[in-house]
Design a protein around this ligand. Structure first.
Ligand SMILES: C[S@@+](CC[C@H](N)C(=O)[O-])C[C@H]1O[C@@H](n2cnc3c(N)ncnc32)[C@H](O)[C@@H]1O
Ligand code: SF4
Length: 374
């Protein structure tokens, strides 16, 4: 089973925290779609006839595409790839695009999962982040999406925002649960170099919240998940039973995927392939020249990726898998490096599986960095 990721690089406005590759030049949308379809045809052999179980329209803002444009792209995928009987087909959408009319249009396509960028149910936060929508629009679009028949919905929220405290974060979570959205992606704000927030923090225009406040908000998130029947299955992801993101789970389980569009990555089991990031380059070069970087992954690279991704999930790291895929030498190194975290209660062992405890989740970046083999 494999996945296809389509990067739709357009946004109507740039959010102040975001460092994803996006372009505001929506006038190139039609040319972009034509190139994307060409790229799909050109790279049809990449997945080696493996069945496509998931298709993901990510961005950028895929909800700038019309229903017809989405259906056209999906038709090209069905024409050139072998698609599973019941694939998961996700569209990332911004609340202000999800009007009742647009939702109706989407219902005529094969999209069966919506990922909605809510971020916050407070207007002051949304304004601070330079989001295009209001809190009311964020709320209403979920209600309307459900009425339109979209039951598989995930919402993005950001916590750890400037001036945010536990109480405000809790209110966001409460509204989220009132809407009965079955999947949540909750990200702690990170200050990425080159973003407006990064500049604001540097010149004192905004203040980063303290570590204690951050930890409290993460604790509230875990408590909320437990109380409302969400499984915390990956560090930023929470799902009601049956609503895991199949697409992202496949990334974490090292399945093959084909990534199309500017800055998209692909993985075929031994190589990571990266497309040119600039829209201009993407539009101007031939489909055969789109790939910019090919990285041949050594055993050590693959081991490192396995540790980084698995440790972030509830499935954890399996030493049986390390031995089978990379050799006993790597298992021995893993045992040697992990011991101290077991002693300190950051990692728990269950048979051959090693995973983070709640205490470990707080310092997951430090632990994975430490386990990384150079
Ligand atoms: C690529 S964005 C696409 C979603 C869609 N374009 C939107 O804005 O609604 C995926 C998600 O990553 C999160 N995100 C992006 N940059 C972030 C940052 N610096 N800190 C925390 N979360 C971030 C946001 O929650 C965002 O919805
Ligand atoms: S968060 Fe989404 S809408 Fe905002 S700039 Fe990034 S990709 Fe575009």
């Amino acid at each position: 089973m494999a996945g296809i990721y389509l990067h739709i690089p357009f946004c109507k406005k740039k959010c102040f925290y975001c460092d994803f590759y996006v372009s505001l030049a929506l006038r190139h949308k039609a040319a972009f779609i034509e190139k994307l379809k060409k790229e799909l045809k050109y790279r049809k052999k990449f997945l080696n006839k493996e069945t496509v179980q998931t298709i993901y329209f990510g961005g950028g803002t895929p909800s700038v595409l019309s229903g017809n444009e989405i259906s056209d792209i999906i038709a090209v995928i069905y024409e050139h790839f072998s698609v599973a009987q019941k694939p998961e087909i996700t569209l990332e959408a911004n609340p202000d695009d999800l009007s009742k009319e647009y939702l109706k249009e989407l219902k005529t396509t094969k999209i069966n999962r919506l990922s909605i960028g809510i971020q916050s149910f407070f207007d002051d936060d949304l304004k601070l982040m330079n989001r295009r929508h209001t809190a009311k629009e964020a709320y209403d679009c979920v209600v309307n999406a459900k009425s339109a028949g979209f039951l598989n919905i995930t919402g993005d929220l950001i916590y750890g925002l400037p001036k945010m405290d536990g109480e405000k974060w809790q209110k966001n979570l409460t509204i989220f649960s009132q809407l009965e959205i079955p999947h949540l992606s909750a990200y702690h704000l990170t200050y990425e170099q080159g973003t407006v927030f990064y500049k604001f923090r540097k010149n004192g225009k905004i203040l980063e919240i303290g570590e204690e406040n951050s930890e409290e908000q993460f604790r509230l998130l875990r408590k909320f998940a437990q109380a409302n029947g969400y499984e915390h299955y990956e560090i930023s992801n929470f799902a009601k039973p049956g609503y895991y993101s199949q697409h992202n789970s496949a990334y974490w389980q090292e399945k093959k995927y084909l990534g199309l569009g500017p800055s998209a990555h692909s993985y075929n089991g031994s190589q990571r392939i990266k497309n040119s990031a600039l829209l201009k380059e993407y539009l101007n070069c031939e489909a055969k020249d789109l790939t910019q970087e090919i990285e041949n992954l050594s055993k050590k690279d693959k081991y490192n990726e396995y540790i980084i991704t698995s440790l972030r999930t509830i499935w954890g790291v399996s030493t049986k898998k390390i031995t089978q895929s990379y050799g006993i030498h790597f298992t021995e190194k893993f045992y040697k490096n992990i011991r101290k975290y077991i002693d300190t209660g950051h990692i728990v062992r269950e048979c051959d599986k090693f995973s983070l405890t709640e205490k470990g989740l707080f310092i997951s970046d430090k632990i994975t960095e430490d386990l990384y083999l150079i």
